[in-house]
Design a protein around this ligand. Structure first.
Ligand code: ZN
Ligand code: FE
Length: 262
């Protein structure tokens, strides 16, 4: 488990299953404790016992089992509330507080903003608390989620919303996929010096068995191939290499389709 200090809260990162991360958000000025995307209840219960925390709420980004399987047991154990997108009411176990996809609410001393980010699933939402972003399977370190339900246009729009957050925003995604993602990135963006440095840094980090997450929005904009179409110079180079005349959405779409076969 790793802990990150923000101004008004701490984030505890719990590795789960093969490559999932579950997060505990501990309000420093109230008893509020949020569990983000509990893949598994037992690991959360263990971590909470160690930290002397009692979860008050679960917040789910989307309905997939590796983000919601712990809901039921955690509700039984802690009698906590479950917050998720109202559009996914039928698919989120034990949902008690359905919210609109784009909404803002306060828990304890934490102001939480949800952002509608369809693409990986249609009901996928992300949560922003101050300078922290919890984005489930939408944006990954060096990558983005697969399109199970949404269109490329929806996902591209969703990613642009996340890219519009301040560069210093630390983002906590739900999987450690960064190194394999960066190998694909290197193939698509070979001359990018920031990417080369990131591959070195993140390889070192993983060799020490540390997480590459959280990353920052600023770093992703410079190195994540699925955000690189925000840069006109990248699109131009991509078109030149591939003998195409793609716009930003078409470039994103082409990259996402290549990644599926890569
Ligand atoms: Zn998922
Ligand atoms: Fe997942």
């Amino acid at each position: 488990m790793w802990t990150y200090q923000h101004k008004n809260f701490k984030v505890h990162q719990i590795p789960a299953l093969n490559d999932n991360y579950i997060y505990l958000i501990e309000d420093c000025h109230a008893d509020t404790v949020l569990v983000v995307d509990p893949a598994l209840a037992s690991l959360v219960i263990e971590a909470c016992a160690q930290l002397h925390l009692k979860p008050t709420h679960i917040i789910n980004t989307h309905h997939h089992w590796d983000h919601t399987d712990g809901n039921k047991e955690l509700v039984q154990t802690y009698n906590c509330e479950v917050i998720a997108n109202q559009d996914d009411a039928a698919r989120i176990p034990c949902l008690s507080h359905p919210i609109p996809a784009d909404s803002s609410f306060v828990l304890g001393n934490l102001r939480i903003q949800s952002i509608n980010v369809p693409g990986h699933t249609l009901g996928h939402i992300a949560y922003v608390i101050d300078d922290a972003l919890f984005c489930g399977d939408t944006l990954f370190g060096g990558g983005c989620g697969r399109l199970f339900e949404g269109t490329h246009a929806q996902m591209w729009e969703s990613l642009q919303k996340l890219a519009a957050l301040p560069d210093a925003t630390r983002f906590y995604c739900a999987h450690e996929y960064t190194l394999p993602n960066l190998r694909f990135a290197r193939d698509m963006d070979a001359d990018n010096p920031v990417l080369k440095q990131r591959i070195k840094d993140d390889t070192q980090t993983r060799m020490k068995q540390q997480p590459t997450i959280p990353s920052s929005i600023g770093l992703e904009k410079k190195t994540n191939p699925f955000l690189r179409p925000l840069d006109a110079a990248f699109i131009q180079a991509y078109n030149q290499t591939n003998q195409t005349q793609f716009n930003a959405l078409e470039t994103f779409t082409d990259l996402r389709q290549r990644k599926n076969k890569w």
